[in-house]
Design a protein around this ligand. Structure first.
Ligand SMILES: [Mg+2]
Length: 294
């Protein structure tokens, strides 16, 4: 049994909380200042950097794939770039993503330690820049990123919800980064565990930590991305969306109404449906450059 399966209920309710872009306003800065620049550097994409930037931000921040794990995100970005006429016109050769795609297909623990092991036993040359890239991203973030506090109402909500529910962090960020960020802002004491990308998917986190230990409608996932919603659906649990661009307003709503409704059993139904509808409308499926037919 791992540490999530070993968690025992102490309260009658369970809440899983996503971290990046949900509690912390770090999504934009991580993608714009660390992920995207390292992608350009480690895959030699200087000639097409403006398209890489636009595509990277669409996939990771401003669309239905917001918040997906970095490895499938990288593959998706390259797939979208391959479809862009501007890049074909340049005759630019994009990096080979097939070996990475193969690894992703057969693995759910999409983190650096498992990837490094895989690379050592399958040293395909196309995987080498991926390893260098993913390690560099972590190193850069650890070295530079500071002072990105939780959204004010996220902190207030977490302080309060932990008195009513067993709470854990459910994230696809590396565990060391999560532990550092939650400790730095003194909110780690409000959660019982921190689950990162090394511990499986978000759906698996919720299953291991909560499924069968609490009634389904007493399990809530809070997140800012479709992957968080999917994790809730996959466990027949409830979902509270933090709407990208309106994060603090969402948390205030949770603090003022959502938490009480969850505890009193009036969250599920019309109230939840309305919030999820607004959330889904905020994340498009198609990029704008495809819509305009360029
Ligand atoms: Mg998130």
């Amino acid at each position: 049994m791992n540490f999530l399966e070993q968690l025992k209920p102490e309260k009658e309710f369970f809440i899983g909380i996503d971290s990046d872009g949900c509690v912390f306003d770090t999504m934009e800065v991580k993608h714009k200042e660390f992920f995207c620049p390292n992608t350009v550097k480690y895959f030699g994409l200087f000639a097409i950097s403006k398209y890489v930037r636009e595509t990277w931000e669409f996939v990771n921040l401003y669309s239905v794939t917001r918040g997906i794990n970095r490895f499938p995100a990288l593959v998706r970005v390259m797939d979208l770039l391959a479809e862009r006429p501007e890049i074909n016109e340049l005759g630019f050769k994009l990096p080979d993503m097939e070996p990475l795609r193969q690894w992703i297909t057969g693995e759910t623990r999409l983190g650096n330690p498992v990837f490094r092991e895989y690379f050592l036993s399958n040293p395909h040359p196309a995987l080498k820049p991926v390893l260098n890239w993913t390690l560099a991203v972590n190193e850069d973030i650890a070295k530079w990123l500071r002072n990105t506090p939780p959204f004010p109402y996220a902190r207030k909500s977490i302080e309060r919800l932990c008195t009513l529910a067993d709470a854990i962090v459910v994230s696809q960020t590396p565990h060391e980064a999560l532990a550092r960020e939650w400790e730095e802002h003194s909110i780690d004491r409000f959660v019982k565990a921190i689950a990162g990308q090394e511990h499986g998917t978000k759906t698996e986190h919720l299953t291991m930590a909560a499924k069968g230990k609490y009634p389904d409608d007493r399990i809530l996932m809070i997140g800012d991305a479709p992957g968080d919603y999917k994790a809730a659906l996959g466990n027949n649990a409830l979902f509270f969306p933090v709407v990208p661009g309106n994060e603090n307003r969402s948390w205030k709503l949770f603090f003022d109404e959502g938490l009480d409704r969850f505890i009193s059993g009036t969250y599920k139904g019309d109230y939840q449906d309305k919030l999820i509808k607004e959330f889904r409308e905020s994340l498009p499926e198609k990029p704008s450059w495809q819509k305009t037919g360029i």
